[in-house]
Design a protein around this ligand. Structure first.
Ligand SMILES: Cc1cc2nc3c(=O)[nH]c(=O)nc-3n(C[C@H](O)[C@H](O)[C@H](O)COP(=O)(O)OP(=O)(O)OC[C@H]3O[C@@H](n4cnc5c(N)ncnc54)[C@H](O)[C@@H]3O)c2cc1C
Length: 424
């Protein structure tokens, strides 16, 4: 029987597995397995950068170092971004009213990193197996919860664990089997993701324009191209997906107001229907949900995976602390502490993201106009800008030990357990 079985080896499940397995490689002896039917094939070093990237906060960077995955990510494919320029369509992209966040304002070298999803997931799974974790390449079939353990049936056989973690994404089968309910609503938007070449260099800057029919972001990549995330109202998105490459680029030039000059598509377009999802409970007897299985937020703030990674770190910390005391890692008291910690943090972030979408992207009327003008007010106050930069870096709120700054200021510091990362 395993101590912990994680269903889903996406970035969040793989991170949880790596944190626990690295601690298990020390004195604790926790046994950990990850069930993942589709682990990504390694990316050839000379492969073109993939369009599907995520923005990682500073807190996530610290955590990935703690999980032993940073060395698998860092290198020529990783892009640091130093600035963000955010504006509403009612003003020009070079106007004084554009809100500018600059890492230099808070004495940081950058605001975060952009990394391909596949590279992130692969590096975390590699860290997990390197630390002695067992990777089962199979999907969850069904599960059975008893007082002592959770039994899981897969096409490859039966597994049992004292704690089962659902890290199997927005359509979580674990959530479904456990009867954990969700509140969900569609944004009536589709995110279109693609890589584009631009006439002007992105200057290591993330550019984001709020419009009445959606939000458009240009995320700067290391090879000079940009990954776009265009969250467009469904009707508009259908037209954009059906357009020719040059027709799409023309519409992109209009939507970006040529902030980076003319654009050219250099990848396929991928699309993701957008919805908000919040599990009403994150835990049940011997079961916990993490990442998109527990909550899905709008991609406009680039926070989904960052929130999920903090879930993984919080749960790992509590499970390791329980194991150190000789407690059952699947005890409901441990799981409830995890739920209290993370559910409130996620709710605050999710509400803030929705407010941005409602007021800046879609809003009309007096409140929305005040919010839109608010961007230039924030821009005029160094204190307010610093406040928002610290939030974007993910260094506020109740951070798990493995994500705190002191833990990774030393590049060689890679703690094996939650205790060894008790620095503040
Ligand atoms: C367009 C777009 C842009 C985004 N940009 C950002 C960004 O910049 N920054 C950011 O932080 N977030 C971003 N996000 C959100 C981010 O992609 C997700 O929050 C993140 O992928 C969630 O990770 P996860 O590991 O929880 O789930 P997933 O990535 O969905 O992984 C789930 C894993 O579970 C496995 N699985 C599924 N079913 C089963 C089963 N039955 N049995 C076993 N395994 C199973 C799957 O194979 C998969 O590997 C973006 C999202 C979108 C749509």
């Amino acid at each position: 029987m395993f101590d912990v079985l994680v269903v889903g080896g996406g970035p969040v499940g793989a991170c949880l597995g790596a944190l626990l397995a690295r601690a298990a490689a020390g004195a604790r002896g926790l046994s950990v397995a990850v069930l993942e039917p589709r682990p990504p094939a390694p990316l050839p070093a000379d492969a073109a950068l993939e369009a599907r990237v995520v923005a990682l906060s500073r807190a996530s960077e610290h955590l990935l170092r703690s999980a032993g995955a940073w060395q698998g990510i860092t290198g020529p494919r990783l892009s640091a971004y130093e600035r963000m320029r955010i504006w509403h369509e009612s003003v020009a992209p070079d106007s004084e009213a554009v809100l500018v966040f600059d890492a230099a304002d808070v004495g940081e070298p950058n605001l975060g990193y952009l990394v391909e999803n596949r590279l992130l997931q692969g590096a975390l799974l590699e860290a997990f197996t390197q630390a002695g974790g067992r990777l089962e390449r199979a999907p969850l079939g069904s599960l059975e919860i008893t007082d002592e353990c959770v039994k899981v049936h897969t096409p490859a056989g039966e597994l049992a664990a004292r704690l089962l973690v659902g890290a199997d994404g927005a359509q979580s089968a674990v959530r479904e089997h456990t009867g954990l309910t969700v509140e969900t609503c569609g944004y009536r938007q589709t995110a279109i993701v693609a890589t584009v070449a631009t006439a002007r260099h992105h200057q290591e800057t993330a550019w984001q324009r709020f419009m009445r029919d959606g939000t458009l972001a240009f995320l700067p990549l290391a090879d000079g191209t940009s990954s776009i995330v265009w969250s467009a109202d469904d009707d508009l998105a259908a037209g954009l997906l059906g357009a020719t490459a040059s027709g799409f680029a023309q519409q992109l030039d209009r939507a970006s107001d040529l902030a980076l000059g003319g654009t050219r598509l250099v990848s396929e377009r991928a699309s993701f229907p957008l919805r908000r999802l919040a599990a009403q409970r994150y835990v049940a007897q011997r079961v916990a949900l993490v990442g998109d299985a527990a909550h899905v937020v709008h991609p406009l703030a680039g926070q989904g995976v960052n929130l999920g990674l903090m879930d993984a770190a919080a749960l790992a910390q509590l499970v390791l602390a329980a194991a150190a005391e000789g407690e059952d890692p699947g005890a409901l008291s441990v799981l409830r502490a995890y739920e209290r910690w993370r559910k409130s943090e996620v709710a605050v972030m999710s509400a803030a993201i929705d407010a941005f979408d409602r007021l800046l992207a879609h809003g009309s009327g007096p409140v929305a106009r005040v919010a839109q003008r608010g961007l230039s007010w924030v821009n005029r106050s160094q204190e307010l800008r610093r406040f928002f930069i610290r939030r974007a870096l993910g260094m506020s709120g109740e951070l798990p030990g493995a994500a705190r700054s002191g833990c990774s200021s030393d590049p060689h510091f890679e703690p094996l357990s939650a205790d060894s990362c008790a620095c503040t």
